[in-house]
Unconditional design. Structure first.
Length: 76
């Protein structure tokens, strides 16, 4: 999306809230009451630099903190 000329902020919105709005997925796309609590925690501000979205430091799905290292090591 950045290659198409979108800012980092616009690319992030297009991949999250705008996507949810387009498909009518009202429980996704924002952190707000009544929404699912799936949160990707990154080290850095993806609106300043979209590549910071790859610097994943944590993941919360529902009310559960996911052990990312254990998940990545399942393949081994």
């Amino acid at each position: 999306m950045r290659d198409l000329g979108l800012s980092a902020r616009e690319a992030l919105a297009a991949a999250t809230n705008n996507y949810a709005l387009q498909f009518g997925w009202t429980e996704l796309g924002q952190i707000a009451p009544g929404r699912r609590a799936d949160i990707l925690v990154v080290d850095g501000d993806p609106t300043a630099n979209i590549w910071n979205a790859r610097r994943i430091s944590g993941l919360v799905v529902g009310r559960n903190v996911v052990d990312r290292d254990a998940l990545l090591n399942l393949r081994k």
